[in-house]
Design a protein around this ligand. Structure first.
Ligand SMILES: [Zn+2]
Length: 564
């Protein structure tokens, strides 16, 4: 019964909504796979992700009158994206598009063929390309850093700050499910320093009482305590994990912490690593959202008039009740009750052993650390606080602690290339090793015999050599084959070591637009671009270069009927 009601609700909404409303970018029912300010690696999600039934090609419409303020195509990131500045001062952004509407696509192809590049970014002048509300602007897709077809849709205020579309628009989203709680965590904080706490979060067991009520084991402790919660939201009709909207906390009925995720500015993005506990995220893959604010935390999403959220357990005779309420955007909430009883604290232990490889980094100082064949330069304020970090150079690997400390400024690392002879040195690059020792390209910047990289993640780095060419294979086309009926050419490219850096293709010696999908490693040419030959014989030439300059060349002849 419930299911039918939900379905009817949904059908009615989608029929009414899609026919009447111009401020929604699709004409299929709205189901989300990502919410505003959701926690992503190194940033808060700046828009909402709308599901497109697992396929591409749905019409995307402008949500209002305005003009195109930016067209941008990148291999990663937003892929094919369109930015519209509206007459009311707000902007909207549509990303991961499959292609643009014919009107815009024409402009895009002109830019691409004149730049001889698939990727570009242009800012058309004010009102140069007018767009009206509900005008077709493109088709939903999966380009850029996207893990499945969807529309990334963003709304920004007149100062270009991302705002939550669900707050400003009246979209009919069905969400009756309260946030899900995966874990409750707490940390004992030294009396004098909330920021200097090196202890890690401990888990506190919780028991489910009802759909949206949990109670934890009694916490026996004393002194300053900070809590953290691992939680996500769910909505009806989708299994995607989404972000929360608000978290409100009180202690014995008095409000002690409140944060709200309905807008933020772009310079706040990177500080997500202080919103969550970065070490738990990197080491255990869990995102603990902290319910207290360190001194150095610059984010604006907290109600700071309530204090920093750290509670002080000092009354020996009573049981405290700490209550967390987690809200989603539809104001469904889940409550966690945490009874706390005073108990004498066991001695607080500072940070374990020190050894020769530990460097005490004062956050206000500059460091130039030299090792046998490498060096590290740290500028001031690289870390949020003073830090002790472990650095070892061993077996040609420069190991800079581990990626569990957030880094605010780039760190410059340099490697000597003395042990590589002249023919090899130009094939060297700096690679980062992940925990499974899989390597990824970081930099090939070689100057005065030194490889340099600016890094923003701690961890293991080393020099690697790549002397192997990329591979290029034309898919499903044999030499001298007739392919008059094809409308596309697809070319598989790959580079095992340093990775693809650039590619270029010509047909009968005229540059052709090859759209690169880096996730699949496929270049696509569209015969509708009309780089035609007056003869049936066509010569395709493709060059692919990797990150250290190894190049592979492919030449292929095929035949097509000449269009009259
Ligand atoms: Zn998105």
């Amino acid at each position: 019964m419930r299911y039918y009601l939900l379905t009817i609700f949904f059908l009615l909404n989608s029929i009414i909504y899609s026919q009447n409303s111009g401020d929604y970018p699709l004409d299929i029912p709205i189901i989300l796979s990502g919410t505003f300010a959701e926690l992503r690696p190194n940033h808060f999600h700046a828009g909402i992700d709308i599901k497109t039934k697992g396929t591409e090609g749905f019409n995307v419409y402008s949500i209002g009158d305005g003009y195109i303020s930016r067209i941008q195509i990148t291999h990663g990131g937003y892929g094919k994206a369109l930015y519209i500045k509206h007459d009311n001062g707000q902007s909207s952004v549509y990303a991961h598009l499959k292609k643009y509407s014919p009107k815009i696509e024409k402009i895009v192809k002109e830019i691409q063929y004149s730049n001889e590049s698939y990727t570009f970014r242009v800012y058309p002048k004010e009102n140069e390309i007018r767009i009206s509300e509900k005008e077709l602007i493109g088709y939903s897709g999966n380009t850029g850093r996207s893990y499945g077809p969807h529309l990334h849709y963003e709304l920004r205020d007149d100062k270009d700050r991302p705002i939550n579309p669900l707050e400003y628009k009246n979209y009919p989203i069905l969400d009756t499910i309260p946030p899900v709680v995966l874990g409750l965590h707490y940390k004992e904080i030294p009396q004098n320093s909330i920021s200097g706490s090196n202890s890690s979060f401990k888990n506190l067991k919780i028991t489910k009482i009802s759909n949206n009520l949990f109670i934890s084991d009694t916490l026996n402790t004393s002194g300053l305590i900070g809590f953290g919660v691992n939680s996500y939201d769910r909505m009806n009709n989708t299994w995607n994990k989404m972000g929360l909207s608000d978290i409100k906390v009180n202690l014995d009925g008095e409000e002690v912490f409140d944060m709200n995720l309905n807008s933020f500015s772009y310079d706040e993005w990177r500080h997500i690593n202080t919103f969550i506990d970065y070490a738990s995220y990197k080491n255990k893959k869990i995102r603990i959202q902290k319910l207290y604010i360190e001194d150095y935390n610059p984010l604006n999403m907290y109600n700071r008039s309530l204090g920093n959220g750290v509670i002080n357990i000092k009354n020996q005779d009573k049981v405290y009740l700490y209550t967390i309420r987690l809200f989603d955007f539809n104001k469904n909430y889940t409550e966690i009750l945490v009874p706390i009883r005073w108990k004498e604290k066991t001695n607080y232990k500072i940070n374990g052993l020190k050894s020769d490889n530990i460097y005490s980094i004062n956050k206000d100082s500059i460091y130039n650390l030299l090792f046998a064949s490498s060096s590290i330069k740290l500028s001031n304020n690289t870390f949020y606080t003073d830090k002790e970090i472990e650095i070892i150079e061993r077996d040609n690997i420069l190991s800079i602690d581990e990626d569990s400390i957030p880094v605010l400024k780039v760190i410059t690392i340099k490697f000597n290339t003395d042990r590589y002879n002249d023919s090899l040195v130009n094939k060297t690059y700096i690679a980062k090793l992940d925990k499974e020792d899989k390597s990824s390209f970081v930099s090939n910047n070689l100057k005065n015999g030194k490889l340099t990289a600016n890094i923003k993640l701690l961890g293991n780095y080393m020099i690697k050599v790549d002397s192997i060419q990329p591979s290029i294979n034309l898919i499903d086309v044999l030499d001298n084959q007739w392919i008059s009926n094809r409308d596309k050419l697809q070319i598989k490219i790959n580079d095992k070591n340093s990775g693809i850096s650039s590619y270029r293709g010509t047909l009968n010696d005229k540059w052709i637009l090859l759209e690169y999908n880096p996730m699949k490693g496929i270049l696509t040419y569209d015969f509708n671009d009309n780089i035609n030959n007056s003869e049936p014989k066509n010569i395709l030439k493709v060059n692919v270069t990797d990150n250290v300059g190894n190049t592979k060349y492919l030449e292929k002849v095929f035949f097509r009927k000449v269009k009259k």
